[in-house]
Design a protein around this ligand. Structure first.
Ligand SMILES: *Cc1c(COP(=O)(O)O)cnc(C)c1O
Length: 411
C-alpha cells in the first residue's frame, strides 16, 4: 500500500498487520509472526487481550470523555494503583510519553522557581531519548532526532551516562543553577544501555544532598518490562518524579507523570492541564492492564523469561564474530553488532515470522510482550540466530509453525 498522503517521518517496512492475538500478529496475507517488538514496549500483555478488549468496549459504551472539569473515578483509581505500586504520592495524566516528560520538566521549573533559581538547568544524559516535543527533544541527544530543529529550548546540561565523576564535577561548577536530573534508568532508544552498578543510587544520593529532583523516565522500562514494576526498584531507590506511558495502556494512548513529597505539591489549580489526559477510557484501560499484569504474574514472568532469553542468546551467539555485546534486564534486551543491521530486521521479519527492532543502526532490540513463554524464548533465539548465523541454523529458519502459536498463548 502506498502512503503518499503521509508525511515521511517513518520509512515503514512493506509489511502491515490486520490482526493480533497474544504474542502473535497476522499480516495482510495471513502469515503469522511472533512479535518481539510489542509496538515498541507497548503491548506488554499481548495483543487483543480479551479482558482489556471487553473493558474498553464496555467503557466506550458508557462514557469516553468528560474533561478534567469534572472528577473522573477511573482516573482516581488508576492514580491510586500507580502510587501504591511505585511509592510515589501523586499523578498527573497525559496522552503520551513526551507529554509526561514535559510535565516532569515543568515540575523541575517550578521546583527551581520555589528555590529562587533564576536560570535553572536540568541535567540530562548523553544518548538520552525523552520524546519529540521541542522541550523533550532538547533533553534528548543525537543528530538523528535533533538535526534541523534549532534553536531548541536551552536550560539543559548534558553529561555522559554512567559517569559519576563528571556529574560531581558539573555539580561543583553549575550546582547553584541545577534543579533536577532527568534520565532513563536503562537507555532504550540508544541501544539498551545499562548504567554501571551503583550509579543510580549515587545519583539519587547526590540529588538528595543538593535538593535536585531525581526524575526518572520509565516510559520504556516501566510497567514490568525489566522484571520489576519499575526499573528503579532493582536499585532500592525511589525517584522524586517518574514518567510512564508506553505499556500503561497496552495501545490506548496514555502517559503519566508521578511525583513524591514536595514535588507532588508543585502543580496548583491552573498551572498545568490537558484536555484528553486521564480520560475514563484511557484510565480504565490502564487499570485493567495493571489487573492483568498482577493476576497473571507478568512482572515475575518478564524477569524469568528475560533471564532465560539473555542466557540463551549468550550461549548461542556469544562466539558469533558479528556480535559485540548482548545485554539487558528482564524483557528489554539489546544485541549490539559490529555492522549496521536495518536490512537484517526486514529479512528476519519476512523469512522467519519474527518481528525484531533495530535501534541506533547496530543494535537488535528485543521487547517481546511480558506474556512470553519458554517455547517463544526459543523461537526468538532461533530467529535471531537465523539472521546472524544462517549457515548454522540452515533450514530451521524457515518459518514458525502456525497453530502451536495460539495453543501456547498464556492469556
Ligand atoms: C518512547 C519514549 C519516549 C516518548 O514517548 P512518546 O509516547 O513517543 O512521546 C520518551 N522516553 C522514553 C524513554 C521512551 O522510550
Amino acid at each position: 500500500m502506498t502512503a503518499t498522503s503521509l508525511m515521511t517521518t517513518y520509512q515503514p517496512l512493506d509489511l502491515g498487520f490486520v490482526k493480533g492475538l497474544g504474542t502473535r500478529l497476522w499480516d495482510r496475507e495471513g502469515r503469522e509472526y511472533l512479535d518481539a517488538v510489542a509496538g515498541v514496549a507497548v503491548t506488554n500483555i499481548g495483543h487483543s487481550h480479551p479482558r482489556l478488549v471487553s473493558a474498553i468496549c464496555e467503557q466506550a459504551g458508557l462514557l469516553l470523555h468528560t474533561s478534567n472539569l469534572y472528577s473522573i473515578d477511573w482516573q482516581q483509581r488508576l492514580a491510586q494503583r500507580l502510587t501504591r505500586l511505585s511509592g510515589m504520592d501523586r499523578v498527573f495524566f497525559n496522552n503520551s510519553g513526551a507529554e509526561a516528560n514535559e510535565s516532569a520538566l515543568k515540575l523541575a521549573r517550578l521546583h527551581a522557581w520555589h528555590k529562587g533559581i533564576e536560570k535553572p538547568l536540568v541535567v540530562v544524559m548523553e544518548n538520552a531519548f525523552h520524546g519529540r516535543t521541542l522541550g523533550t527533544l532538547s533533553a534528548s541527544d543525537g543528530p538523528a532526532v535533533r538535526l534541523g530543529f534549532h534553536e531548541l529550548p536551552g536550560d539543559f546540561i548534558k553529561v555522559p551516562y554512567g559517569d559519576l565523576a563528571l556529574l560531581h564535577s558539573i555539580a561543583r561548577s553549575h550546582g547553584q543553577r541545577i534543579c533536577a536530573v532527568l534520565m532513563e534508568p536503562i537507555q532504550g532508544e540508544s541501544g539498551v544501555q545499562l548504567p554501571p552498578p551503583g550509579y543510580l543510587k549515587a545519583v539519587r544520593d547526590l540529588c538528595k544532598r543538593r535538593s535536585w529532583l531525581l526524575m526518572l523516565d520509565e516510559i520504556q522500562t516501566g510497567i514490568g518490562r525489566t522484571g520489576q514494576w519499575f526499573a528503579f526498584q532493582h536499585e532500592g531507590i525511589v525517584p522524586d518524579v517518574m514518567t510512564l506511558a508506553k505499556g500503561l495502556g497496552n495501545g490506548i494512548p496514555i502517559g503519566a507523570c508521578l511525583a513524591r513529597g514536595k514535588a507532588a505539591e508543585l502543580f496548583t489549580p491552573g498551572s498545568h492541564g490537558s484536555t484528553f489526559g486521564g480520560n475514563p477510557l484511557a484510565c480504565r484501560a490502564g487499570c485493567t492492564v495493571l489487573d492483568i499484569i498482577e493476576e497473571q504474574g507478568l512482572v515475575a514472568n518478564a524477569r524469568q523469561q528475560g533471564e532465560r532469553l539473555l542466557a540463551r542468546l549468550r550461549a548461542e551467539l556469544g562466539d558469533c564474530p558479528q556480535v559485540l555485546a548482548i545485554r539487558g534486564q528482564g524483557l528489554m534486551i539489546g544485541i549490539e553488532l559490529r555492522q549496521p543491521v536495518r536490512e537484517l530486521a526486514l529479512i528476519a521479519a519476512r523469512d522467519q515470522g519474527l518481528l525484531i527492532n533495530v535501534t541506533r543502526g547496530k543494535v537488535i532490540r528485543l521487547l517481546p510482550p511480558l506474556i512470553l513463554d519458554e517455547q517463544e524464548v526459543e523461537m526468538i533465539v532461533k530467529g535471531v540466530c537465523g539472521v546472524l548465523q544462517p549457515e548454522r541454523t540452515g533450514v530451521m529458519a524457515k518459518g514458525l509453525q502456525s497453530g502451536t502459536a495460539i495453543a501456547s498463548m498464556s492469556v
